[in-house]
Design a protein. Sequence first.
Length: 427
Amino acid sequence: MKIPKSILIDPESNKAYAAFAVVVSVFAFAYSTNFGKILILAYYLVWLPLLFVDYRRFTRDLSSTWLPLVFVAYICLSVFWSQAAGTSARAGLQYFSHILCAYVAARTISVRTLLLGSLIGIFVVLLYSLKVGGYALDTIDGTTNFVGAFGSKNQVGFFASLGIFFCLAFLVFYRRNWMSFVWTAPIMLLSVYMLAIAHSATSVASLPAVIGIVALLTMSKILSRAYRRVMFVVGAVALVTGVVAALNLGLLDFVLGIFGKDSTLTGRTYLWEQGWLAAQQHPVLGYGYAAYWIQGFADPERLWAEFYISTRTGFHFHNTYIETLVELGFIGMTILALIILRSFWGHVSKVVFGDWSADSVVLAGAVGLMLIRSFFEVEILGPYFTASFIVYYGLFKLRPVPVARARRAYAPMQDEKAASGRMPARV
């Protein structure tokens, strides 16, 4: 039986397969540490074989990939100065394959299908955590929070906040009939409930900001390009002014108090300070990709002990840029920051300065959510994270999928063939 290529790689015809692939990916990102390598293999299986279905689709117009390729090359080169070369080599290969899967997804699935598959996957992920249950005491702030199967309130909060945002985005931009309200309602309710019991301040605080960004970009549709630019400039100035005023008037401490936090952000500021001090040892190139949190090394062991991390794994500096500065130095941090900003600003600028597009509005919101979280979590630097997948998907979506040019075939006219008695030569 011959399977048509379109049901695998054509965004208009592959909705069933693409949604399934996204569901598998979301579950793998959430629970690969729980179920082991089988989920990672499943993640690779749904994306990488598509490269061989029509390789030309993925090799045309590669100009949008140069920045991620530079970053991956730099990560791989860090093996030569890494203090744990084997760990850096393995992690670098995993990160490259993760970016490759995001590239395949960007070339084969639409934004609507990405949201559809993500919503189903998030629903399954949250249901599984609810079934597993589990609360944990935060030894830093003394609160008890729901951690589910993740073992982390921040991950529960992340998937819950992403579920709420994707539900709203799907209903506003991609619904086709009233049934969309019916099947998204359970996902929305479960996401709101899980966000409430997780008590993740980062997730709760970032969600309204992203919804506000998307609302402004959505309202700009009724304006001409000139007025969109004016609105963008005024909004940017108002945002900067508001942030400066909030810091000077002490509103930051008030907002943190609402979430039960203090000015140290439950120890994050101390971690940032320790990360900055560690980065001063190797400021340009870093310790090597994934080569800092290694068991047996003095500084990581000290920090694990101070923060009661008995497993001595799965810890970081709770800031993407400080973590990258430690592992990859100033060069690596600059490249990763450019990738994140390029992905976010690319879609914002398409809406403000170009032709308004619902896809760009949604991707600007999704990448914006990851941008806000990047100041408090480390989810874009590593492989097998939903955040890094979405950022790279958004980056690769800045360029439309190239359309293959149809070959021109020569078809001789009947009278021309009859007059000469032979087929004319091809031109």
